[in-house]
Ligand binder design. Structure first.
Ligand code: NZQ
Ligand code: ZN
Length: 382
């Protein structure tokens, strides 16, 4: 273990916390409030924001879509530049927060926004951001990453910079009450896979990171198994906090990280609009089997410490089956067939996308080359 660690996002967690934005955003700011397709207008969140910002000067940009596109966000970038915006408030799920990070970075750059995604521009400055989270899943509210899509070419790529990490985030579990079931389940799965990406590698001596990752996994497993209790303050608060803690940097500090499931999953979303969480459930079990030899010890540890499975030669495989059963229990599929192509065309299409995006040496050992990805896709696609 050797690292520098800081998570500078101030969190305001709990009911009624949206009003804290009045103090968090300097009164003399020119604020741009960015949101999505309008869920916040129906559930009272927009009204709470408007009330809290009644003394502030602010404009709004709506219409950021799930899996936010450069094409839409470019309009917000133009607006931010024209109106000298110097504070961005993102109100929504991962897509709105990620989109706001892209806008915040591109508003301080004179070149083409997509340069940020292809490494032509390294982001070192951005408009300051705050976030009001409405969908617990991605952890974007207190991390420095974002994933943006270029619709024109079906490219879905990540970027990261400390400059776009929100200064503060509001996590009020009450806002989850209007979430469609589909999105709630996506959140459980995404947070689960985030934890796995930073845990299911090789055994380490980092007791704190491993122990906390197991706590998060047991919590998410319990929430999934008690899905019938989802309409309760306790259930909502535990999901919101787990999803945040799963990707705020802590459990990944000083340990190997995988992320191959995410990189392959992103191609499913770019090509076929598969929801982010669902793309992960399709890829992960097959990837774990493909990498069984190097991941065996950690899969066995997860089997014992998360699922409470008995020892045995087939423990790693039984752990993967338990993960699949967890997804199936939430009605989440672990294979995908709605691509409208033949099986071999679909496999080739994803492999070509991975190649185009430079995703040719994935995972903690950089051992998932296009050959391994192809083997994984042969199983994940039907
Ligand atoms: O647009 P609105 O009308 O707000 O509706 C949204 C959207 O249709 C709706 N919704 C959100 N909060 C709601 C609500 N509906 C009713 N009540 C509420 N309280 O939910 C739909 C999906 O929202 P979205 O933001 O797309 O979902 P999610 O939070 O799962 O974000 C997914 C995006 O985040 C990226 C994914 O790739 C994907 O683009 N990720 C970002 C990460 C990060 N920054 O660290 C890591 C993740 O691995 C992930 O890749
Ligand atoms: Zn994710």
């Amino acid at each position: 273990m050797q690292f520098s660690y800081s998570n500078p996002t101030r969190l305001h967690f709990g009911q009624g916390q949206i009003k804290t934005i009045a103090q968090e955003i300097p009164l003399d700011s020119n604020v741009l409030v960015i949101y999505g397709g309008g869920s916040i207008k129906k559930n009272g969140v927009y009204d709470q924001v408007a009330d809290a910002l009644k003394e502030h000067t602010w404009k709004e940009f709506s219409g950021v879509e799930p899996n936010p596109t450069k094409e839409t966000l470019d309009k917000a970038i133009t607006m931010a530049k024209e109106h000298n915006i110097n504070f961005i408030l993102a109100v929504g799920g991962g897509s709105v927060i990620d989109g706001s990070k892209f806008v915040a970075a591109a508003a301080c750059y004179e070149g083409e926004s997509w340069d940020i995604m292809v490494g032509k521009h390294t982001v070192t400055t951005a408009v300051p951001i705050g976030a009001i989270l409405t969908l617990p899943a991605t952890g974007s509210e207190s991390n420095s990453g974002a994933v943006i899509t270029k619709r024109e070419t079906n490219d879905k790529l990540p970027f990261g910079s400390k400059a776009v990490q929100p200064l503060f985030a509001v996590l009020d579990p009450d806002v989850m009450k209007t979430l469609p079931e589909r999105q709630l389940i996506n959140g459980v799965v995404d947070a689960w896979v985030h934890t796995c990406e930073q845990y299911l590698t090789t055994p380490t001596s980092a007791k704190v990171q491993e122990g906390y990752a197991e706590t998060l996994l047991r919590t998410l497993l319990d929430l999934g198994n008690r899905y019938d209790s989802r309409d309760s303050d306790e259930w909502r608060a535990n999901l919101m906090w787990s999803a945040n803690q799963a990707l705020n940097g802590l459990i990944g500090t000083g340990v190997p990280q995988d992320w191959a499931t995410h990189m392959i999953g992103h191609e499913f979303t770019a090509l076929w609009q598969v929801d982010h969480g669902r793309s992960l459930a399709i890829v992960q079990p097959w990837l774990l089997r493909n990498q069984m030899d190097v991941k065996r010890a950690k899969l066995e540890q997860m089997g014992r410490n998360v699922f409470g499975l008995e020892a045995g030669d087939d423990l790693a495989e039984r752990t993967i089956q338990a993960i699949e059963a967890f997804y199936h229990g939430l009605n989440v599929a672990t294979q995908f067939g709605e691509h409208g192509m033949t099986h071999s065309e679909a496999v080739d299409t994803v492999v070509n996308q991975l190649d185009k995006h430079g995703m040719t040496a994935l995972g903690e050992n950089k051992a998932i080359t296009l050959k391994q990805s192809r083997e994984i896709l042969e199983k994940a696609l039907v």
